[in-house]
Design a protein. Structure first.
Length: 342
């Protein structure tokens, strides 16, 4: 009996050591894994359609899905990435040289005139913010080879996540120390919540950012791609959202004497950018997976602080896992209490 107990403890210790070593081996590739999981969630509907069209060719269906991800994601990401970096540099150069733009300078004077108690050096603060953004963007572009390698690994992982997703799920269920019903329920809830967070929050944020950038381009606000990228993060902020970016742009146009474009941008912000949330979010978020937008915002910002740029995706995924576990926790405790009483 004692030898069996020692054998069990030795096995558990060996298992934990192996898990720890594998974790540190995989840790450098965490970015690729998280990106692959996110792409798998987004591209799964297309993969299912391909599987129905070719039920015996799951490998080809997965490969075509990966190719679609390359075309849909890599092409615009490369284009807008360089545009964002270039526009941020232009803004920084203008502020660093003391030329923040005629309209921006007039806006700064208006703020100083009507609210002198604020005592905020808008030009200096804006230059510092842009400098920090450019510095981070510079790090990303300086490691372009690493970014390309990460994306390539993510595509390989995406292929196998799609092709062998069902096998991976069965392996997790078999290895789980929890009962089969509880493991299946946790995986199901995690899938629902991850889908809802990624599609209902992040995808909508990207769409709103694109619409803001398009509106800025049409109505003559400088550096539309850069401000569209800023709007993606701003749209995650509850109650305020993209208004944080759009309202100053409207004031910018009014102060610069562009009255008609200013009114046009107001209408665009209300009807195109603002209402898109009301139309799309109910379509993406499932009824049992409503997550407070403030929690999503914290998960994004905290994820970026902890994991870097991948935290934009990893933070919400971890939040989804926690909420799925908390949702199953009461029933698990009640079941154990019932077993102890029996």
């Amino acid at each position: 009996m004692e030898s069996k107990q020692i054998e069990k403890q030795f096995f558990v210790a060996l298992l934990l050591i192996a898990l720890g070593l594998v974790f540190f081996i995989f840790l450098p590739y965490l970015d690729a894994i998280v990106l692959a999981v996110t792409l798998a969630i987004l591209s799964n509907p297309f993969y299912r359609s391909m599987r129905k069209a070719m039920p015996r060719w799951e490998g080809i269906a997965a490969f075509l899905t990966v190719m679609l991800a390359v075309v849909v994601i890599l092409t615009p990401l490369t284009f807008f990435g360089f545009r964002i970096f270039g526009e941020a540099q232009q803004l920084y150069v203008r502020f660093a040289s003391g030329d923040g733009g005629t309209a921006f300078t007039a806006f700064s004077k208006q703020v100083e005139q009507f609210a002198p108690w604020l005592k905020i050096d808008i030009t200096s603060n804006t230059k510092q913010i842009l400098g920090a953004l450019i510095q981070n963007l510079g790090v990303i572009f300086s490691k372009l080879a690493g970014v390309i390698g990460t994306f390539f690994l993510a595509l390989i992982a995406l292929y196998y996540f799609l092709k062998d997703g069902a096998k991976l799920r069965r392996a997790i269920v078999q290895a789980s120390p929890l009962s089969l019903p509880h493991t299946e329920e946790i995986l199901a809830k995690l899938g629902v919540m991850a889908n809802s967070v990624i599609k209902g929050s992040l995808v909508i944020a990207i769409i709103q950012g694109v619409l803001v950038g398009l509106g800025f381009l049409v109505f003559g606000v400088p550096n539309p791609v850069f401000w569209g990228a800023v709007s993606i993060i701003a749209s995650l902020i509850p109650f305020l959202g993209t208004a944080i970016v759009v309202v100053p742009a409207v004031i910018y146009l009014f102060v610069g004497g562009n009255t008609i474009p200013a009114f046009g941008l107001v209408g665009w912000g209300i009807f195109a950018v603002g209402l898109i949330d009301n139309f799309l979010r109910p379509q993406f978020i499932e009824r049992d997976a409503k997550i407070h937008p403030f929690l999503v915002l914290l998960s994004v910002l905290g994820g970026i602080a902890l994991f870097g740029m991948t935290g934009f995706l990893l933070g919400p995924l971890v939040l989804s896992l926690l909420l799925a576990l908390l949702d199953i926790y009461p029933s698990l405790i009640l079941e154990r209490d019932h077993e102890h009483r029996a």
